[in-house]
Design a protein around this ligand. Structure first.
Ligand SMILES: [Zn+2]
Ligand SMILES: [Zn+2]
Length: 242
């Protein structure tokens, strides 16, 4: 074998061994989330520049802090909810950042990151924004989705329950949210360990100038959001913050 080929093969083995793929699990765009101040395009370039392999766009659902007008039909509301993700996907495809769909579903102030479902699910399930957590959890899982409670110990006046829901209702939990206190994150970590739940970290970025990196690290590139879900379930998605 020529020497250059051997060097290339060795380099590839080393590269694949050392290479980690960083994924954002929780972020917002100003098109859909009323509390966000950067567009989908600005967010995508920021994540690309920070070295992420991909992001899950988790804009607020219509029961959260959404820019969606209340007078629209269900179909048009869902089109609006997906618009941040769709813009991000176009920019991501151009610059080489994988963009996956999720949303942040709010019940009585508590937030649930929902992954693995699509526009067909949203269009064929009108008025899900009114569901209680038991029914939402059933529906999401029945359709093959993944549900993780975000920042479960966040303490704000608008949050009715300042602790996690019953662990059987969720598939995973955010143990590090960059906007939360150390104490809240530590309590979430203890809860996850107590119930043997898959763990994730997320920046909850609402602005492209967010200075830190947070998310999960995979040792293989995800070809779809289902690869990230499988890694989370198998506890092979390692939460990171830097
Ligand atoms: Zn927000
Ligand atoms: Zn959020």
């Amino acid at each position: 074998m020529p020497r250059t080929d051997t060097i290339l093969i060795l380099f590839n083995i080393l590269y694949n061994t050392l290479m980690k793929y960083l994924y954002e699990t929780h972020m917002h765009t100003s098109e859909v989330s009323a509390c966000a101040s950067s567009t989908a395009e600005e967010q995508v370039y920021a994540y690309k520049n920070k070295g992420y392999a991909g992001i899950i766009v988790t804009d607020h659902f219509i029961n959260g802090y959404s820019t969606c007008p209340v007078y629209l039909s269900w179909a048009r509301k869902m089109k609006h909810i997906l618009s941040g993700y769709e813009k991000a996907k176009i920019v991501g495809d151009k610059c080489g950042l994988d963009v996956f769909l999720g949303w942040e579903f709010t019940i009585k102030g508590s937030d649930f990151l929902t992954y693995g479902l699509d526009s067909d699910f949203l269009l064929s399930n009108p008025n899900i924004d009114k569901l209680a957590i038991e029914d939402y959890s059933d529906l999401v899982r029945k359709h093959g989705g993944y549900l993780a409670q975000a920042h479960p110990y966040r303490d704000r006046p608008y949050i009715e329950f300042k602790s996690p829901v019953a662990h059987r209702l969720i598939d995973g939990i955010e143990v590090c949210n960059a906007l939360d206190t150390f104490e809240s994150n530590a309590k979430a970590l203890a809860f996850a360990k107590r119930h043997d739940l898959p763990m994730q970290a997320g920046s909850d970025s609402h602005n492209a100038k967010t200075p830190y990196r947070c998310g999960v690290e995979l040792d293989k590139k995800a070809s779809s959001i289902h690869d990230i879900i499988e890694a989370l379930k198998a506890k092979k998605a390692i939460p990171f913050t830097s």
